[in-house]
Design a protein around this ligand. Structure first.
Ligand SMILES: Nc1nc2c(ncn2[C@@H]2O[C@H](COP(=O)(O)OP(=O)(O)OP(=O)(O)O)[C@@H](O)[C@H]2O)c(=O)[nH]1
Ligand SMILES: [Mg+2]
Length: 350
């Protein structure tokens, strides 16, 4: 074998070793580790659920059965929240509150759906005052998917009900600890780490700050007129903005590419027609115009973290739509290749 051929073989072997260790090896540095941050209920875990549908085998029966319990909990608790909120929109409501509603408030939301409860849900959800409270839900703390489950009562209360993919995507379970999902795409191992966003969960974040390749910071676009679950004196979007500058201000992330994912675009599109963004940002003068409001939000969040060294990318998303999340992920991967090739350097060196 000539010298040239030997060199060629050696190069080939090295290349194969690199691919192998990149795809199978325990070496974490070969992984693209994406840390998903953001305040509670912004939609972080919904992204992880979507990855299970896009890149994994979806949800098995055991998982679906677990979600069934959580969905029934979401339904009962959501309706209780609506009943409890009624005094905010109607005077003397306690006197006029029907016996059904009074009894419903006494339920343990983990009870599950009995025939009596199903009948009560049906009549309460048809009630005008409850519907009006739902329209004004920004005044209270209620998951955005409550109406989805209330509207699906007939289907989800059947004895043999097993949640479909969409039901699981819509189900709200606040994260405590972390969720992690890994998948292979474009010859790389992608690892998504999803943490709990509520205040009590954030002190755990620091444990996951090492070797982060990319930060996804998720912001719920529709939360600009809502109070924080943990402290009703604080606006949710303001909290998200403050948290972003605090977190990305950490030295460890000074060169880490960051993607701002402006989620719940569907809910934002509906809300901005009715509620001016200036309820949150006094400086905003663009009225109830979708594009003006979106530009202002993008600019404000980018300004909170921009620096010469950091490249900030903004995407709007609808976390509940698989195709949309797929698109966003593709755009992120393209952007990483274009603007931050050092992340993929293990691939490029081959
Ligand atoms: N309509 C709509 N709902 C969404 C969207 N993204 C997420 N949701 C819903 O928002 C709720 C909260 O989403 P999660 O993914 O649990 O939020 P999270 O950021 O993980 O919250 P924590 O775990 O508390 O930090 C769920 O009921 C989702 O179905 C979206 O783009 N549009
Ligand atoms: Mg979560």
């Amino acid at each position: 074998m000539g010298n040239k051929q030997k060199k060629k073989n050696k190069k080939e072997r090295k290349k194969n070793q690199k691919i192998e260790s990149m795809l199978n090896g325990p070496n974490e540095k070969k992984q693209v580790k994406i840390l998903i941050l953001g305040t509670g209920e912004s939609g972080k875990s919904t992204f992880v659920k979507q990855i299970h549908l896009i890149h994994k085998d979806g949800f098995d029966t055991k998982t679906r059965e677990r979600f069934k319990i959580a969905i029934h909990f979401n339904l009962i608790k959501g309706l209780q929240d609506l009943i409890e909120g009624l005094p905010l929109i109607r005077k003397n409501v306690q006197k006029s509150l029907s016996e059904v509603a009074q009894d419903f408030l006494q339920l343990n939301p983990r009870t599950g759906l009995t025939t009596t409860i199903i009948d009560a849900v049906e009549s309460l959800w048809a009630d005008e005052s409850i519907k009006e409270m739902y329209e004004q839900r920004s005044l209270i703390q209620i998951p955005s998917s409550t109406n989805y489950f209330l509207d699906s009562l007939e289907r989800i209360s059947k004895n043999d009900y097993l949640p479909n993919d969409n039901d699981i995507i819509m189900c709200r379970i606040p994260t405590t600890g972390i969720n992690q999902v890994q998948f292979e795409d474009q010859g790389l191992q992608w690892s998504l780490i999803d943490v709990g966003g509520q205040r009590s969960e954030r002190r755990k974040w620091i444990h996951h700050f090492d070797n982060v390749s990319i930060v996804f910071y998720v912001i719920a676009l529709d939360e600009y007129d809502q109070a924080l679950y943990e402290n009703i004196e604080i606006n949710r979007m303001t909290e998200s903005l403050d948290l972003l500058s605090q977190t990305l201000g950490n030295q460890i992330f000074r060169k880490t590419p960051c993607f701002l994912i402006f989620n719940k675009f569907d809910l934002f599109q509906k809300k901005i027609k009715k509620v001016d963004l200036n309820v949150c940002f006094k400086k905003y003068k663009g009225g109830k115009n979708e594009q003006n409001a979106l530009n202002f939000i993008y600019k404000t969040f980018k300004k909170a973290v921009s620096s010469k060294k950091r490249n900030i990318n903004c995407f709007s998303s609808i976390g509940t739509e698989t195709d949309n999340v797929c698109q966003v992920l593709k755009q992120v991967q393209e952007s990483v290749k274009r603007n931050s090739p050092h992340i993929l350097s293990s691939l490029n060196q081959i």
